[in-house]
Design a protein around this ligand. Structure first.
Ligand code: RB5
Length: 145
């Protein structure tokens, strides 16, 4: 599985750790930056990851900022993206199963690295539920038209 990952300055430290964690799990990791914890604007990095997922360069995206909220708002502006801001493990599985989320946004300031690893594990290992969920996701995507 190929994962595109990025952060802003608030998520930088965990982005570095999470990229290593993903590699240790055998994922292909496309690190879209930043390369330091210097102050940056999160929409710039959300766009890089969202575009990777939208154009098929990556299967899924991971974005880390202070809360994960700004990253989710920005990523969801890109057509084809269903980004979910997740701070607990069970919601990560539900975001995949019910919503077919293709980008997860995480909090680098309020959620520990250990907890974010569990959240990522659930996100990566849960398939889309299809069935009754498919029509609803189709309706979400129709809102882009
Ligand atoms: C940066 O201070 C902070 O606003 C950002 O990381 C994020 O939490 C925005 O949603």
């Amino acid at each position: 599985m190929r994962i595109s990952i990025a952060s802003d300055h608030a998520g930088f430290e965990q982005k570095q750790q999470l990229a290593e964690y993903l590699e240790s799990k055998g994922c292909g990791v496309l690190d879209r930056g930043p390369d330091s914890d210097a102050r940056v604007d999160y929409p710039d990095f959300a766009a890089l990851v969202a575009n990777d997922v939208a154009d098929g360069s990556a299967d899924l995206g991971v974005l880390v900022c202070g809360t994960g909220i700004g990253m989710a708002i920005a990523a969801n502006k890109v057509h084809g993206i269903r980004a979910a801001n997740i701070v607990r493990e069970d919601f990560a599985a539900l975001a995949r199963e019910h919503n077919d989320a293709n980008v997860i946004t995480l909090s680098g300031r309020f959620v520990t690295f250990e907890e974010n690893c569990k959240i990522l594990d659930a996100f990566l290992s849960t398939p889309f539920g299809d069935g009754r969920h498919a029509d609803r996701v189709d309706k979400i995507m129709a809102l882009e038209a």
